[in-house]
Write a protein that binds this ligand. Structure first.
Ligand SMILES: [Cu+2]
Length: 107
């Protein structure tokens, strides 16, 4: 159990360190289209993200699965994305700016 805890802390430390070392950060706004609990992702129709991409509908992984229960389908959100050195985007932080529906569907 102790060994496991150490591994978890070491992993978290490593992830945090690698993010701060190489990550690029972006802020964006969008509407949640779907919540995918099993893959820890949100499908979002997002507006243009300066320096990254234009407006489109796509999936983003969230940093913490608990974030998936903070939104519903139709929620408008502001979010912070981090891009790691492999170009993988993760939502690190988000804020609901408008709730259009409280439906929270699974996969
Ligand atoms: Cu996109």
């Amino acid at each position: 159990m102790i060994k496991r805890k150490f591994l978890l802390i070491a992993t978290l430390f490593f992830i945090t360190f690698s993010f701060t070392a190489t990550a690029k950060e972006f802020t964006a706004e969008g509407t949640v289209n779907a919540i995918k609990l099993s893959s820890q992702k949100l499908t979002i129709s997002h507006g243009p993200i300066k320096g990254l991409m234009g407006a489109m509908k796509m999936d983003f992984k969230v940093a913490d699965p608990a974030m998936l229960s903070d939104v519903g389908v139709g929620s408008k959100i502001k979010f912070t994305l981090k891009e790691n050195n492999k170009g993988v985007l993760t939502i690190m932080d988000m804020e609901v700016t408008e709730i259009l529906s409280e439906a929270n569907t699974g996969n």
